[in-house]
Design a protein around this ligand. Structure first.
Ligand SMILES: Nc1ncnc2c1ncn2[C@@H]1O[C@H](COP(=O)(O)OP(=O)(O)OP(=O)(O)O)[C@@H](O)[C@H]1O
Length: 343
């Protein structure tokens, strides 16, 4: 029987603690003279999911790896909460930071349950508590612990292994989660599912997360805010997905977010009351229309209209009451904020 007090077992997922991350004039120059990151300052709020994106070689992974000190910065400060990470023993630091990489790096000769329990074991948790935590985390990422816990990594699909990677990173309830291209090794369908599951998971555990990706759609889907970097870790823009797509801050960002941004914008712009026409006096007139809840994306609203071959949809509030109608024409003629960089 496990008689260890469970000080940090509050909540099924263990949601204790999430620290803000501050980069203060951080620089990384390699010995051969390459400046991977020139001078970068930015802040990630506690509980926020920030995505780093930019062309190959712009310094995304370097930024991420400086936070857990797999790479030492040449200058500047990195804080977790108010603690300077360069003053913490790197091994202890890494036990407080979850790290998920492409292809996961699970230990091939250990079971899934043992893999997930890696950090708790290193932290000296008693066996029974580590085992319970591994089960809890597997459950959290949608893998039945009885089925998958005893298996070995090669007995799982790529997507399942990726979930195990996330479970392992969360096992000791880290204050920060770093993810380097976590979903890029799987096919597009598995990837979309993993992204969706990750959003659900993140809503539950609310870890401060920094995620590196090459994929703008992934960035827009997952990020509370997105950092666009250009060569040398230069900060081009740090903004919400809607602002990034609607108001690119430079020609570089404009080109980077590219021609599909009209469609992407629909995906990040919600149906709001100012888009609605009032309900007709006779509510019966809207009876046959498809229904769209307030706050759903314009993209989803448009999809419903196209699927049902309707010109209008009835829009409902949180209580399910109809509050107006929105038309296909209105959605397609939305006046976005003026683009500051022409065209
Ligand atoms: N050990 C090293 N010595 C010299 N230059 C390096 C070293 N490691 C990385 N670099 C350089 O630093 C720059 C940033 O690399 P980094 O891996 O952070 O880029 P990235 O944006 O993550 O790239 P990708 O998207 O291709 O993974 C690149 O120009 C890279 O060649």
């Amino acid at each position: 029987m496990d008689v260890t007090p469970e000080a940090d077992s509050a909540g099924s997922a263990g949601t204790t603690g999430a620290a803000a991350i501050t980069l203060d004039q951080v620089r990384k120059q390699y010995p051969d003279g390459t400046v991977a990151v020139g001078e970068l300052s930015l802040e990630v709020k506690a509980g926020e999911l920030v995505v780093l994106i930019g062309p190959s070689g712009c310094g995304k992974s370097t930024v991420l790896r400086m936070v857990n000190r797999l790479i030492e910065p040449t200058a500047g400060r990195i804080l977790l909460g108010d603690e300077d990470v360069t003053r913490v023993d790197p091994v202890r630091l890494r036990r407080r930071i979850g790290y998920v990489i492409q292809n996961v790096g699970l230990f091939p000769h250990q079971t899934i349950a043992t893999n997930v329990g890696t950090v708790p074991r290193l932290l000296g948790w008693p066996k029974a508590r580590t085992a319970r935590r591994a089960d809890e985390l597997l459950e959290l990422v949608g893998l039945d612990p009885a089925t998958f816990g005893p298996r070995y990594p090669h007995e799982l699909s790529g997507g399942q292994r990726q979930r195990v990677g996330v479970a392992r990173a969360l096992a000791a309830d880290p204050v920060v989660l770093l993810m380097d291209e976590p979903f890029s090794a799987v096919d597009p369908i598995a990837r979309a599912r993993l992204q969706e599951e990750f959003l659900r998971l993140q809503a539950e555990v609310r870890k401060t997360t920094v995620l590196v990706t090459h994929d703008l759609d992934e960035a827009v889907r997952l990020g509370d805010r997105i950092v666009v970097l250009s060569q040398g870790g230069r900060l081009e823009q740090y903004a919400s997905p809607a602002t990034l797509l609607g108001e690119p801050a430079s020609a570089f960002v404009r080109e980077f977010v590219g021609a599909d941004r009209a469609i992407r914008r629909l995906a990040v712009t919600p149906v709001t009351r100012d888009l609605l026409r009032p309900l007709p006096a006779d509510p019966g007139e809207t009876a046959g229309l498809p229904t769209v809840p307030l706050g759903s994306s314009l993209y989803d609203a448009l999809a419903v209209l196209l699927r049902t071959n309707s010109d209008d949809a009835r829009v409902t509030d949180e209580g399910g009451e109809p509050v107006g109608t929105v038309s296909r024409h209105r959605i397609l003629s939305i006046d976005y904020p003026a683009d500051p960089v022409g065209g």
